[in-house]
Write a protein that binds this ligand. Sequence first.
Ligand code: ADP
Ligand code: MG
Length: 342
Amino acid sequence: MFQAATAPEDIAVKVESVSKVFTQWQRNEEKSGRKDHSEKKIVHLFRQDKKTVSALDNVSFQIRKGEFVAYAGPNGAGKSTTMKLLSGILQPTEGTISVLGMSPEKDRIALMKKLGVLFGNRTELWWDHPVMQSFEWKKVVWDIPDTLYKRNLDMVTELLDIGEIRNTFARELSLGQRMRADLAMMLLHSPELILLDEPTLGLDVVAKRQMIDFLKKINQEEGVTILVTSHDMDDLEEMARRILMISKGKLAFDGSFDGLRDITGNLTHFIVTTDGRELQLEGCRLLSENRGVFEFEVDLSGLPVKVLLERLSKADGIMDVEIRKAPIEQVIAQIYQTWAEP
Ligand code: ADP
Ligand code: MG
C-alpha cells in the first residue's frame, strides 16, 4: 500500500524483512517392536526430534507516532512473537527492528523507559500485595518523578475507575479488574508507545467496553501510539483505524478495515432457528442444517441487512436469529484466494 514518506522522527515502529525461526524439540515415545519375546517389560525408546518453526517470515511494516494499529491473526499466526521482538524479549533470526528510534535488542533499558508492554495472560502486579503497593514499587524502581507519578496516577484512577480496587490484593481481583490495574501500572511512567498482546481475551462485555474506551481515549487525548493484538476482529475494529493481518508468519494485509472489506466483502454468518420448518433464503448460502437450526453465510456488502431482515420476517416459523461476523480464518482464506486469482 502506498504511504507518504514519513520523517524518521515520526516513526514509532519500523520492522524490516524480519523473520523468526524457533527450534522445537519433540520427544517421541516409541514402544519397542523388538522381537525379543522373552523380555516381558515394554521397552520405551525416546527419540529427540528437532523441528524448526518459522513464526515470522519476511515481515515488514511501519507504524507512525500517534497511530492506533490492530495486529490480527488466528492462533499461532505470530502475533505474540512480534510483540516479544518489539519489546526486546526475543531477537529476530533475520531483519532489523527499530522502536522509537532504538534497537530493542541493544537499547532495551533505554527503550523500556518509553515503552509500555502488556501481555494479557500475564500480570506485573505483586500477587500477594494490594495493587497500590505494586504502583509505589514501580515509582521507586523506575524513578518516576513525584509530579508525573501523581498526574498519571490520578488520570488512570479516574479513567480506569480503579479507586475502589487500589487497596485490594491483586490475587483477589476479577480478570477485568486485574487487567485495568495492569493497564494503569503500565501507564505510570508515561510510555510513548504501548504494546498490548490479547488484552481483551477472556473479558466480559462490560470489561471489554471499558478497556476499549480507555485505549481510544489515551490514544486520542494523550497521543499514545498503540499496537494491539487480538484474534477477535470485532474487538479490533472498534479500536483501531488500521489493521495489519498476519497469517502463518506472513503479513497478509495492511490497510483500513474498509479496505479489508473491499477485498473480502462483509462476510457474515447467521444462524436461524425455526420450529422445524425448512428454510431457504435468497442470496444466502446454506452452510449447515441441524434439526431446525440453519447456518447461512451472506456477504452484507452485496445484500444489505435491511433486505435480509425483510426476507426473514416474511418466512414462517422462525424462533430465533443470531448474527456473527465470519471467523478471522475465513477472512484470511478469502484474501489468499483473491491473491491467487489472475
Ligand atoms: P500467536 O500469538 O499469533 O498465537 P505466536 O507468536 O505465539 O502466535 O506463535 C507463532 C508460532 O511460533 C507458533 O507455531 C508457536 O508454536 C511458535 N512459537 C512461539 N514461541 C515459541 C518458542 N518460544 N519456542 C518454540 N516455538 C515457539
Ligand atoms: Mg499470542
